[in-house]
Write a protein that binds this ligand. Structure first.
Ligand code: NOJ
Ligand code: MG
Length: 581
């Protein structure tokens, strides 16, 4: 009797569980949360040296939790001489001294775990620092480490001068080759001179990076964002008579000849071998999952054609990254784009991704101007609605929840090699990534509450007195509060499992519908400063009364307001989440 009762009870429980209604697969932690990128140097400075650090991050984890984020990914915090602010790693197994110690890192992960926040690190496999022990040993003639890098003879020109092996360019306005007297050869660096490229045709390098992965997983991290991964391999020079071939001119309009985009990178990017290294990394991650049940994730950083980006998901029975970053909302559209352009940019990833994989949405990072500056500061809530309510994983660059804008950094204060290398005090802002790296804005206090130092590593952006966490926490309506509401809303089955349809209602207004079972939500974003009365019945099954669930901070509407679906007024830059009654 008791058993029957228990069975009946279980059946009733399943029937009442909304999520099980359509037999949706149980979602894993990474599918349900938001990933929040922290640039450690700029987030919070605990020791007053003007430079963000690990203890600073630990002290702010409660804030991360408060805004509804369940995972952080940290730009590199490994030992580094900082020629590329941490992307030049001199010791892959150690914490950078300005950022703290291994104990500090352990304290960070312990606190994160207590709060239910996963920690993801940046894996930088393409290159090491020229100050790493590996490169130093290579220079001293240690064969093992010499073979970690890519060396090539120079060519002697008509005047008898030694020139680089070919025309390959670094991402930072110079030749990708640097001569080393002690070796008598050039080494390859696709980024700054201080970032010699590692040689992935050498199994020792592959094994070394596998060990780096294992080391940090054993320290408790939940996965990796993988840096510049489409640069891992260069063409196999054996197939080219032992010499790396020149890359063809791209024909890019009005770019200097040493600009990376002046060449078509057919021999230094997107080589087929790359994907199999990524699939092998996934196998390592899965070995740990098999041991303790926790999925470790990979997010790949690749700016490439959509066809190449989606290869990182896997192939056949090989699994790859769960989150091949989708940068379309960074690279394809901005504030000058129409709603039609934005719809197309959104649909691009959804069209190409494998049907059984999750999409993801990235709208900013430490390499691109801040979202609010690239689009429009008044569009912040609308953009966060897009990122957090589209189907798939949402990714936030620190400060997007507040609508932080780019800071002004003078030529004298510029430190980013992308800004400094061209040595052009007039045009450096075209390339510098410092504006999106200015310190996080916590409060109206000195240095926006980021640091007590007299000078911070980059200046704090103007306007921080009114644009900061404290102000937005205290305000009745703020971007921060909209963000929090979105983080909660995306837990609704409609956003977790629901289907998606979008429309450009006119050149300025984008609308999308998410639906699941009988529930329908509509997100409407006016991307420009013009007013309309919208007919939302162009979206299927949208009719009669719609209720405002959430609105952008300048919206003249209120939560709970009702509108007839065929006549919804919308103000300039207004963004709304509506629910069908
Ligand atoms: C991509 C990183 O995001 C960028 O900041 C860095 O300069 C390059 N990769 C080189 O590591
Ligand atoms: Mg510090």
């Amino acid at each position: 009797m008791r058993v029957i009762f228990l069975l009946l009870f279980l059946v009733a429980l399943c029937a009442s569980n909304a999520i099980d209604r359509n037999n949706e697969p149980e979602q894993d932690w990474w599918q349900k949360t938001i990933f929040y990128q922290i640039y450690p140097r700029s987030f919070a400075d605990s020791d007053g040296d003007g430079i963000g650090d690990l203890n600073g991050i630990t002290s702010k984890l409660e804030y991360i939790k408060e805004i509804g984020v369940g995972a952080i990914w940290l730009s590199p915090m490994f030992q580094s001489p900082m020629y590329d602010f941490g992307y030049d790693i001199s010791d892959f197994y150690a914490v950078h001294d300005e950022y703290g110690t291994m104990e500090d890192f352990e304290a960070l992960t312990a606190k994160a775990e207590e709060l239910g926040i996963k920690v993801v690190l940046d894996l930088v496999p393409n290159h090491s620092s020229n100050e790493s022990e590996w490169f130093q040993k290579a220079l001293q003639g240690d064969e093992k480490y010499y073979n970690y890098y890519i060396w090539e003879d120079g060519v002697i020109d008509e005047d008898g001068n030694m020139q680089p092996p070919n025309n390959w360019l670094s991402h930072f306005h110079d030749s990708a080759w640097e001569y080393k007297e002690e070796v008598g050869k050039y080494y390859l660096h696709q980024f700054v001179v201080g970032q010699p490229d590692l040689n992935y045709r050498n199994p020792d390098v592959v094994e070394e990076m596998n060990n780096v992965i294992r080391f940090w997983i054993e320290k408790g991290v939940a996965g990796f964002r993988v840096d510049a991964v489409n640069c891992l391999f260069e063409v196999d020079k054996k197939l080219w008579g032992g010499k790396y071939p020149d890359e063809p001119l791209s024909g890019a309009y009005e770019v200097a000849l040493n600009d990376h985009s002046s060449l078509n990178h057919i021999y230094t990017k997107d080589q087929n071998e790359t994907y199999y290294v990524v699939y092998d990394w996934r196998d390592i991650l899965d070995e740990y999952k098999a041991k303790d049940g926790l999925t470790r994730i990979m997010m790949t950083e690749v700016y490439a054609s959509i066809q190449n980006v989606i290869k990182y998901y896997g192939e056949g029975d090989r699994e790859g990254a769960q989150i091949p970053f989708n940068f379309d909302l960074i690279t394809d559209v901005d504030g000058s784009s129409s709603a039609n352009d934005i719809k197309r940019a959104i649909d691009n990833f959804l069209t190409y991704k494998p049907v059984d994989k999750d999409a993801n949405w990235v709208i900013g990072n430490h390499d691109n101007n801040r979202m609010a500056s690239r689009y429009h500061p008044e569009l912040v809530d609308g953009l966060n609605m897009i990122i957090l309510l589209l189907p798939g994983v949402g990714v936030t660059y620190m400060g997007e929840e507040l609508g932080l804008v780019d800071g002004y950094v003078s030529w004298e204060d510029t430190v980013d090699p992308a800004g400094c290398n061209p040595n052009d005090p007039i045009n450096y802002e075209n390339w510098s990534r410092d504006p999106e790296r200015t310190p996080f804005q916590w409060s109206a206090e000195k240095n926006a509450g980021f640091s007590t130092a007299d000078k911070t590593w980059l200046p704090v952006a103007e306007g921080y007195e009114t644009l900061n966490v404290e102000v937005q926490r205290a305000a009745e309506r703020s971007h921060l509060k909209v963000y929090q509401a979105l983080a909660a809303l995306r837990q609704d089955p409609v956003f977790r499992y629901g289907r998606y349809e979008s429309l450009a209602l006119n050149q300025d207004v984008l609308a999308f519908r998410r639906w699941y079972d009988n529930e329908i939500y509509i997100v409407v974003v006016n991307t420009k400063d013009s007013e309309y009365v919208l007919d939302l019945t162009y979206l299927e099954n949208v009719e009669k009364d719609l209720v405002v669930v959430l609105r952008s901070i300048e919206s003249p509407k209120n939560e709970g307001d009702r509108f007839e679906a065929n006549a919804v007024p919308i103000a300039g830059y207004e963004a709304l989440v509506l629910r069908k009654k």
